[in-house]
Write a protein that binds this ligand. Sequence first.
Ligand code: ADP
Length: 473
Amino acid sequence: KSEFLANMSHELRTPLNGILGYAQIFKRDQHLSAQQQDGIGVIHRCGEHLLALIEDILDLSKIEARRMELVATEFDFPDFLQGINAICSIRASQKNIAFNSEYLSYIPTAISADEKKLRQILINLIGNAVKFTERGGVTFKVSVVDCASDEKRTEVLTAKVRVRFQVEDTGIGIAADELPKIFAPFEQVGNTRRHTEGTGLGLAISRQLVEIMGAQLKVESTLGRGSIFWFELDLLAVDSPQPNKKCSEKFITGFNGTNQTILVADDRRENRSVLIHLLQPLGFEIIEAVDGQDCLNKALEFQPDCILIDLVMPVMDGFEAMRQIRKFPQLQNVVAIGTSASIMEVEKQGSLAAGCNAFIPKPIRVEELLDCLQVHLGLEWIYENLQEGNPASEVGRKQSQIQDGEIVAPPADEIAVLFELAMMGDLGGIQKQAEKFQKLDVKYVSFARHLHQLAKDFDEAKILEFVEQYRDI
Ligand code: ADP
């Protein structure tokens, strides 16, 4: 069974490398319209969700063996909730039911928890709620229990907080005598017509994960009326997330010093293409190899600074290629980073034993790859916002200045046009204007995105209100 799971996981992670790879590359492109940015964001989030699911299937065997461990990190809590909202809103809108998130108290800016597992639980509960609701909708409520008053805020931001997560739906409900069954693996209750839509594993996993986190998953349900699932977790709220590497990664435009040549060895063209599109713009010279033998030949011919090598390849696999490469004195010090869609520990250990300096799992995360290259090649990155005088760096600098949601409005004549459009309720026209502002100057990006979002929500009243604020400025 574990061999099957490991193979499946490898097969599923491989195409995801292409999807997530390009999503990350396009996210770095500052010329995309707000709509395209939104779309890429969705592809990226859904891809990450799929990846999380695949990993969780592997985790299931660990849960069964009671070997599941929590990996707590500090992360941006509002951002996390926003990510869940985005995925669940899409599912709800596909079914034409409402999806609302309600934050019933202040929400800490960052918490320390096992982010992936918490996301898995919530997506499972909300996913079920959407699945079993035909009319009405689903409400996702988050609140910090016992912390309603403002005065407590500063104190609580660095303290332990108890957060209640609650998912309510107005769906089919569950009969009282069937309630105990729903948490058992492979149990699906009620109308058998729906059973094809799931595996019956979701709640079993979620309940166990909540228990490992030290809480209890509870449910109340009325047949024909709907259900409420909730749990309360004791979490550590922290002032801010750990140093935000994502932000700096976004603005890396190159590196100081001499040229660096990277040999990319992967039998799949799409995997090579992701790496090439990511690394070439940063100034790396790339050579491609299609299998282990080819990699060995090209390493000897070109003497690259770094080899990024897939471990599972035809003709000669990555392990063997690395062993051969290390036999040549002139290649003994070349940096080699092994990659594989298999996340089994043996793969990682095997790659290090064969001569790799590091191992990175696929799908490759840009941040992780760049960190790894920095460490092993001793690179000093150039960040867009540190470099003066070129137009691209100007974009980075301005964008970093207008972070924190500061909104800069376009000139008065543009606002006047926008006001006209808002008065007429011309949402299409407003969308076009938003796109125009975005291209006009990066400082209008926040304004444009906000406008775009309101237009997307068909919120004409809010659009008018928003535009009016800037009319006489
Ligand atoms: P799956 O959804 O894959 O069938 P789960 O373990 O998540 O598996 O859920 C088990 C069963 O519990 C479902 O098949 C369904 O019968 C019932 N159930 C779970 N959530 C709800 C809900 N929100 N409303 C009604 N029934 C639900």
